[in-house]
Design a protein around this ligand. Structure first.
Ligand code: 5CA
Ligand code: ZN
Length: 414
């Protein structure tokens, strides 16, 4: 799929600090230590509804990862998938009486526009499941060859469904660190099918779903006509585009289990044990006490805010004002605060001479390197702006220096 246009990234003098990120598997802060190229994989959208602030918060968080790595002189190879065929998408298309492909195309287009407006640096590989089917089918075949897959017959399709046998996988549970009880508690509501008769382990993930009436399906050598299960798509796309180990494998915290646990299990099923060096997860954005989700429908859409004339930079500032790992609820007051802040920054950055911004830039860099602490970076800019407006300064270059740093590091173009 085509990605979206990259924002202009100003060069700023000096170097950032090495990035330390919270790793879900170990529960510790870990330094990201890429080779020549930093490999970043972030799970993309299922395009059946428009981008809401929760999605945007997650993608802006991982955008910061890319920005800090670039600021440290790394080249970043960023891959993101698009789940453009899956149950929720097919169900929504059916409900709304449109073709699933048209729904996916329309929503993916809107997502690209939202990401562009929010100054999110695009992935080099923006890969839809449908276009990646040959690669995914290949991984499914390799899973069968390794003996880690099994068939389950069903009444409503000609061929069998295929499942991964988790007893053939090493290290299952190491991504989430969850107990079996914790896993069982959410498996069904997050796309799993624990009640499917015949499964060897109720947690075994669907690998390949045989063709059902009215559902899209594809034919590949050695496989029943059908379509992939959810988790295998990300493993296949990441292995194909990035190779292992991925430096940072990311998404929202709702993907810790089952999705990222199963993605890693899927790799282990074909003998790949060093899938990712670090798993990072963003907190959940909610509305009125509930996680914002397409299925619940309690959404604040980025496109709607933009349509209402809200400055995308104010939206980005709302997101950055929360540490990426915290769960928080959106309220319109947060937007007002961000709008006021943006105005204040604009005012301070448009003076002719100001206080030196060197320390502020250093603080932004240190804050972001410390597990993406954007709120601390914002506080430093607030302090600079207030002082500049209250006391003034005599450095001509300071507003330009800080303006470029805000753009390059925080993705805020004032
Ligand atoms: N296509 C799959 C991943 S392979 C998927 O989860 N799609 S999604 O559209 O449901 O979510 C896209 C991304 O947004 C995921 O990383 C998900 O964890 C994140 N996300 C979803 N809801 C929220 C929320 N309320 N707050 C923060 N992030 C969220
Ligand atoms: Zn994924």
């Amino acid at each position: 799929m085509i990605s979206w246009p990259p924002p202009f990234l100003p060069a700023i003098p000096g170097n950032g600090l090495a990035l330390r990120l919270h790793d879900t598997s170990s529960g510790e802060l870990r330094e990201v230590t890429p080779g020549t190229v930093a490999r970043l994989y972030v799970c993309g959208i299922t395009p059946y509804d428009a981008t809401h602030l929760g999605h945007a918060a997650t993608y802006v968080a991982f955008d910061l990862v890319g920005r800090v790595l670039r600021d440290n002189g790394h080249e970043v190879h960023y891959t993101q998938n698009v789940t453009d065929v899956d149950d929720p998408l097919l169900e929504r298309a059916k409900r709304d009486g449109i073709h699933w492909r048209d729904l996916a195309v329309a929503e993916a287009d809107l997502y690209r526009e939202d990401m562009t407006a929010l100054q999110v640096i695009p992935p080099q590989d923006y890969i839809g499941v449908v276009e990646a089917l040959p690669v995914i089918a290949d991984l499914v075949r390799r899973t069968i060859e390794s003996g880690a897959a099994y068939e389950l017959p069903n009444d409503d399709a000609e061929g069998p469904d295929l499942y991964v046998d988790l007893s053939h996988v090493s290290g299952f549970g190491s991504v989430s660190g969850w107990t079996r009880e914790q896993m069982l508690a959410v498996f069904a509501e997050r796309g799993g099918d624990p009640d499917r008769p015949g499964k060897r382990d109720v947690l075994d993930p669907l690998l390949w779903r045989a063709a059902r009436d009215g559902e899209p399906s594809w034919e590949f050598d050695g496989l029943p006509a059908g379509r992939p299960g959810w988790h295998v798509e990300c493993t296949a796309i990441a292995l194909d585009r990035l190779g292992v180990p991925i430096d940072v494998n990311g998404g929202g915290s709702d993907l810790i289990f089952p999705h990222h646990e199963m993605t890693v299990a899927q790799a282990s099923a074909i003998g790949v044990e060093d899938y990712a060096r670090l798993h990072a997860h963003a907190g959940m954005v909610g509305l009125d006490g509930h996680k914002m989700s397409k299925s619940r429908g309690n959404l604040v859409l980025v496109s709607k805010l933009r349509e209402d004339g809200v400055d995308p930079m104010a939206i980005r500032l709302v997101l950055l004002a929360h540490h990426y790992r915290s769960d928080w609820d959106y309220t319109p007051e947060l937007l007002t605060v961000a709008q006021v802040r943006l105005e204040r920054w604009r005012e301070a950055l448009s003076v002719n001479t100001a206080l030196s911004a060197d320390e502020t830039v250093a603080t932004i860099r240190a804050a972001l390197a410390d597990d993406l602490h954007a709120p601390r970076a914002i506080a430093a800019v607030d302090a600079w702006a207030e002082q500049t407006l209250a006391v003034g300064g005599d450095e001509q270059s300071a507003p330009g220096v800080l303006g470029r740093a805000l753009d390059a590091l925080l993705g805020i173009r004032v």
